[in-house]
Design a binder for this molecule. Structure first.
Ligand SMILES: *[C@@H]1O[C@H](CO)[C@@H](O)[C@H](O)[C@H]1NC(C)=O
Ligand SMILES: *[C@@H]1O[C@H](CO)[C@@H](O)[C@H](O)[C@H]1NC(C)=O
Ligand SMILES: *[C@@H]1O[C@H](CO)[C@@H](O)[C@H](O)[C@H]1NC(C)=O
Ligand SMILES: *[C@@H]1O[C@H](CO)[C@@H](O)[C@H](O)[C@H]1NC(C)=O
Ligand SMILES: *[C@@H]1O[C@H](CO)[C@@H](O)[C@H](O)[C@H]1NC(C)=O
Ligand SMILES: *[C@@H]1O[C@H](CO)[C@@H](O)[C@H](O)[C@H]1NC(C)=O
Ligand SMILES: *[C@@H]1O[C@H](CO)[C@@H](O)[C@H](O)[C@H]1NC(C)=O
Ligand SMILES: *[C@@H]1O[C@H](CO)[C@@H](O)[C@H](O)[C@H]1NC(C)=O
Ligand SMILES: *[C@@H]1O[C@H](CO)[C@@H](O)[C@H](O)[C@H]1NC(C)=O
Length: 738
């Protein structure tokens, strides 16, 4: 035997062996009871062989797979050998609704399920899954009072219990709610203010009936109270009271607000949902309710477009015996501002009398179940949106106020915490109906300015007396201009005196009106005489008339025109004289223009006269032989003229700036110039005038060195003076007279 044939034999043997092995199938699972094969365990790796959730069952020479309990094959096969499809969980709860029994809840799990007893049921025997009702009433037998309150009787029901309440008590038709007292008599509308408001009676009757039905023991426990429907009825009834327009009884408003608050307290517990929001044409109500055995805690926020309430549940529920529920409500009235835009007296007492108030947010009522809302443990924050955006200003402040039972605004226990242009945050220690008010303070008179004005006016008055005496008795300067000066000073004196004494005497209204009219008249007089000054200056310098104007014309212009204006104004706008803060013309109804109109006209005319005069004078002096003394005179004239215009008219231009506050320097200049007007007149027209100075000197020397013939001396100077005046006026320059 050669090696080659041996090798071939071996190969053939091997092949035969492999072939046999393949046929016997001991390894690849084909069953064959051949004695050469031992049974191989095909189920060594069941997940690989059968897939998840399946068991692998080994048989002699073979195997099959089967889904585990609680699983079924997705293709419905019971026994399978190839992984085709998979074993999926059986939802026992869906398959068998009764699997856990009537009072238990089934929960499916992967491969299994579990049963939990419903609320109010309990598993008494762990070996079966039957849940039985808990008899809460008996469990808590010793604590019946705890579970249903003092006036309640516990009634067990499958899975729950009711509290049957004594008359006058209710559990609001809600299971597991203890009985609390109902005060239905608070809905009896016997109070007078309620009567003054038509429609309020209807709400009260409706709520009283609802309250009585609740407190009726036979009805209690049936659970068919319709809180939502009642709330809607309440808001509809409120709308019908408010929609016709603003209410004009403050007490009526209080009655309405109070009734709605009480009604919400009655309705709230009957509401099914945790938070309810109902909007009607006049109101927007949001009510949040929490129920449960324990006091709710945590933050509580209710908000609508115009207001936000921030508090916490423990504040809303209060510290008293817990009635089994807590509620908080935010009620926003959409159009109540007009009805409560008054009754600010109490606020005025705390603040300056001169302050004025205005409603600046929607009126909002906050209701909580806490019975003692008069001093809450924690403050409640309410954020209000302003009715209009308002920039911060020292003249205004925001006030958080509530509308009290007496029908007036009050601020006790409520204060403003923060404000920006659009919102104000209020912090209150009690609850009712709130709003943000805006307090407007009249511009606080600047103290410095006040002192300057007073001192200036007093100096002015003294100087005006001297000026008047001078113009009256100084014979050397008599003439038309002097007459104008005199009456200008008289008008200014009267105006300043009345201003000093009477401008803020607003108290007797008639007196104030009279003062305002007198001020109007005398200041108009000042300006008209100023106009005459301008006219006379023009006549003298430009037209070169030095003829006197007939005094009658002067008086008609200087006094008659102002008087006519005042009379016409008083006839047209009798109420425009005297404002709340000053005895002056009212700015709001346009009466002020009966002053500013003529004043502006006169100022414009005087500016014109002034410019023409200066121009003509300049021309005149250039044509003349320029000599130094004349130049000096021109200077003197110009300075005097400018001073005169400044003092007598142009400074009122500064007054225009007063309307824009903030220009303090301008205010000071205006005030100083104005109040020292008299002093300046005295300085310009008496002290700077040579003739007058001479007369003063003469007069003083007469007084100091007593002479018998003082008066004759005084008058003896007159002829020469008037003569000199006459000669100078003959030169047609006019400058000497200024
Ligand atoms: C599945 O196998 C079991 C034995 O393990 C047998 O009793 C049953 O009849 C088989 N079912 C089917 C559908 O073949
Ligand atoms: C299935 O749940 C029952 C009780 O509900 C329990 O006895 C059993 O052991 C659970 N089976 C599995 C596989 O978890
Ligand atoms: C629990 O139920 C089983 C069967 O339903 C019963 O045999 C057993 O006595 C019960 N045990 C108790 C404590 O009731
Ligand atoms: C009401 O609130 C309670 C808890 O305060 C909560 O368990 C319940 O699911 C809420 N109900 C609704 C209808 O939102
Ligand atoms: C109210 O506001 C104050 C200050 O912002 C804050 O400290 C307080 O916690 C707020 N109260 C509530 C209940 O939000
Ligand atoms: C909020 O204010 C706006 C504008 O004043 C008003 O139109 C709206 O009705 C108000 N909403 C509520 C809920 O008060
Ligand atoms: C309140 O009345 C004043 C005048 O009395 C008025 O100017 C203001 O607009 C009113 N405000 C509201 C909100 O009605
Ligand atoms: C009220 O007037 C007094 C002076 O009479 C002043 O000191 C005070 O600041 C004013 N109060 C307010 C709130 O403006
Ligand atoms: C004003 O304050 C409110 C409330 O605090 C806030 O929501 C709002 O953004 C503020 N507005 C401005 C312009 O700061």
């Amino acid at each position: 035997m050669n090696t080659m044939s041996f090798g071939r034999k071996l190969l053939m043997l091997g092949f035969a062996c492999i072939m046999w092995k393949c046929v016997s199938g001991c390894e690849n699972g084909r069953s064959d009871n051949s004695e050469h094969c031992t049974d191989a365990d095909e189920c060594e790796d069941p997940v690989n062989v059968c897939g998840k959730h399946a068991e692998c069952i080994n048989t002699a020479g073979s195997f099959f797979c089967k889904c585990l309990n609680g699983f079924v094959h997705s293709k419905g096969m019971e026994n399978f050998t190839v992984v085709d499809g998979q074993c999926v969980d059986v939802n026992e709860c869906r398959q068998d609704k009764e699997i856990c029994g009537q009072f238990s809840t089934c929960t499916n799990m992967i491969g299994n399920y579990s049963c939990t007893c419903n609320l109010g049921f309990v598993l008494t025997n762990s070996s079966d899954s039957n849940c039985v009702d808990i008899d809460e009433c008996n469990v808590a037998e010793s604590k019946n009072e705890l579970i249903c309150g003092q006036k309640g009787t516990c009634v067990n029901t499958p899975g729950s219990y009711w509290c049957k309440c004594a008359e006058g008590y209710t559990s609001y038709g809600i299971e597991r709610t203890p009985c609390s007292e109902l005060k239905c008599e608070s809905f009896s509308g016997a109070r007078r203010p309620a009567k003054s408001l038509g429609g309020l009676e209807g709400i009260l009757a409706m709520m009283r009936n609802s309250c009585l039905a609740l407190s009726n023991p036979s009805a209690s426990g049936e659970g068919n109270a319709e809180g939502e429907a009642l709330l809607e009825k309440l808001l509809t009834a409120t709308d019908s009271i408010l929609s016709p327009g603003p209410l004009d009884h403050s007490e009526g408003v209080s009655g309405l607000l109070g009734t709605v608050e009480k009604s919400i307290l009655l309705i709230g517990p009957q509401l099914k949902r945790n938070t309810t929001r109902i909007e009607s044409s006049e109101t927007d109500a949001q009510i949040a309710v929490r129920r449960g055995k324990t006091l709710p805690t945590g933050p509580l926020h209710l908000s609508n477009e115009n207001a936000t309430l921030s508090t916490d549940w423990s504040t809303a529920a209060g510290t008293g015996p817990y009635p089994g529920f807590a509620l908080a409500a935010l009620l926003s009235y959409k159009n109540l501002e007009g009805s409560v835009n008054r009754s600010f007296e109490e606020l005025k007492q705390d603040r300056n009398d001169s302050a004025s108030f205005q409603i600046f947010s929607k009126v909002v009522s906050v209701v909580v179940s806490n019975p003692s809302t008069h001093s809450l443990k924690h403050h409640v924050n309410i954020t209000f949106r302003h009715l209009q955006d308002m920039k911060e200003s020292p003249e205004l402040s925001y006030i958080c106020a509530y509308w009290n039972e007496k029908g007036a605004w009050s601020t006790d226990g409520c204060h403003q915490q923060y404000s920006n242009a659009t919102h104000t945050v209020c912090t209150c220690t009690h609850l009712s109906s709130f709003a943000v008010l805006m307090a407007l303070y009249p511009m606080e008179p600047n103290f410095g300015l006040l002192v300057v004005t007073k001192i200036g006016l007093i100096i002015s008055l003294l100087c005006l007396i001297l000026s008047i005496l001078t113009f009256k008795f100084c014979r050397s300067i008599q003439g038309t201009r002097n007459t104008i000066h005199l009456h200008l000073c008289i008008c200014l004196f009267v105006a300043d005196l009345i201003f000093l004494v009477g401008i803020s005497q607003t108290k007797p209204e008639g007196g104030c009106r009279f003062v305002a009219a007198m001020l109007h008249f005398s200041f108009l007089g000042v300006f008209h005489w100023m106009l005459l000054e301008g006219v006379q200056l023009y006549r003298m310098v430009v037209l070169v008339f030095n003829a006197t104007i007939r005094p009658l014309y002067l008086y008609v212009t200087g006094y008659g025109a102002p008087l006519a204006i005042v009379i016409i104004s008083a006839l047209i706008r009798p109420n425009g004289y005297g404002t709340e803060h000053h005895c002056w013309l009212s700015q709001s109804d346009g009466l002020i223009w009966s002053f500013f109109g003529p004043v502006c006209f006169i100022i414009v005319l005087n500016v014109f006269f002034f410019i023409i005069t200066v121009w003509k004078l300049a021309q005149k002096f250039t044509s003349l032989n320029p000599d130094l003394s004349k130049l000096h005179k021109i200077k003197a004239f110009t300075v005097t003229a400018i001073a005169q215009m400044c003092v007598l008219g142009l400074m009122w231009v500064f007054g225009a700036f007063l309307f824009q506050s903030g220009l303090t320097a301008v205010e000071y200049i205006f005030t100083i110039l104005n109040s020292l007007q008299g002093a300046l007149v005295f300085f310009m027209h008496c002290l700077l005038s040579k003739q007058v100075r001479e007369e003063y000197a003469h007069f003083l020397s007469c007084v100091c060195t007593p002479q018998k013939k003082r008066y004759s001396d005084f008058s003896s100077t007159n002829p020469s003076s008037s003569q000199s005046q006459g000669t100078r006026s003959g030169q047609h320059t006019g400058e000497s007279q200024i």
